[in-house]
Design a protein around this ligand. Sequence first.
Ligand code: ZN
Length: 418
Amino acid sequence: MDTSLSVDAARLWRALETLGEIGAYTDERTGLRGVNRLALTPADGEGRRHVVEQMRALGLAVTIDRIGNVFGRRAGLDDTLAPVMMGSHIDSVPTAGRFDGCLGVLGALECLATLGDHGVVTRRPIVAAFFTDEEGARFGTDMLGSAVATGRLALEDAYALRDRQGVSVREALGDIGFIGEADERLAAPHAYLECHIEQGPVLAAHGREIGVVTGVQGISWHEVTIQGKAAHAGTTPMELRADAGIVAARINLHLREMIRSGRFGADMRATMGALVPYPGLVNIVPGRVVCTVDLRNPDDALMRAAEAEVLRFYAQVAAEEKVELTWRQTARTEHVAFSSVVMERVAAAAAARGLSHEHIISGAGHDCQEMARLCPAGMVFVPGLYEGISHNPREYSTPEACAAGVSVLLDVLRDLAA
Ligand SMILES: [Zn+2]
């Protein structure tokens, strides 16, 4: 593995800071600078135009497809070959830090700048990309742009999604001027690489500098509506109640028991992240609760078993507590395994650079899992500070950690594009 070139850590850091000022805000409670570049808002548009400018400054040929994905292409010695693609996203949740997604996009541009600095031309072309609406925080579907590019989602279905104000993806794309003319169905690259902040505590806890990402675990989301009977908290005897709040609490505790049993594997996770009681008053038995269940598992068979157990418990608890329970699936993805070839290259580059590393499965979804349908794909994780907190203004990684991850990205890129 040739590790003779390293990226410019200071230049990469400046690029992260500059993009991080677009859509920036100051968190009132902590005084920290956060980022709000919700997909296809004016702030996202401004961020996009800034990155497109950076691409043009590097001499890349920029194309935009019909779902607003942006590709900057650097020619290779043999331009008939499929390119090596690097990418991620620059849209954010409303309370983000500067690294999620941006490290992968700006890291890709830093790799190309470094090749340019040293006059290196690769045999294959190289493409740096950013995909539309990875977060799904506005229109409810994550990995939107990469899902369309790889054929999991039809363009017309993506266009028709609407935000809470009723604005469609198509309207919002048009408003910021990012409906491109390129075919939204992407031709298969030779390989796809993505550098990303871990967004979890594992690498920092183990004192590792690089994560060799093995894949993305399966995700299953339910929205559960529990219909009981609202009643006076003082006058209604306990045995006559149909308390929707009790049912939500029992489901939540059952999820924890499922984890503790170990029957669904050591890596199973379950969360009730939203729990909204109606009418939500101190002296009224909640007549209705809407809550969510988020299941994660790297093993598809164990995930299916866990889903079956959750559904069995829904029926049991509804009968016991005399409520009506309905649920709908709001997200469902299987485990995605990344390319063993890419994993080997990432591990070899980290080893050659003397960077400590370990194999790690991603707990979050990424554009790379969509690209894995098209071509060999893989990711490099960089540790975050503060227990890896993410989707939060406290999200932080160091200039050294970011440069280490992007230099590994560069090594693998050079190897695959040679
Ligand atoms: Zn991300």
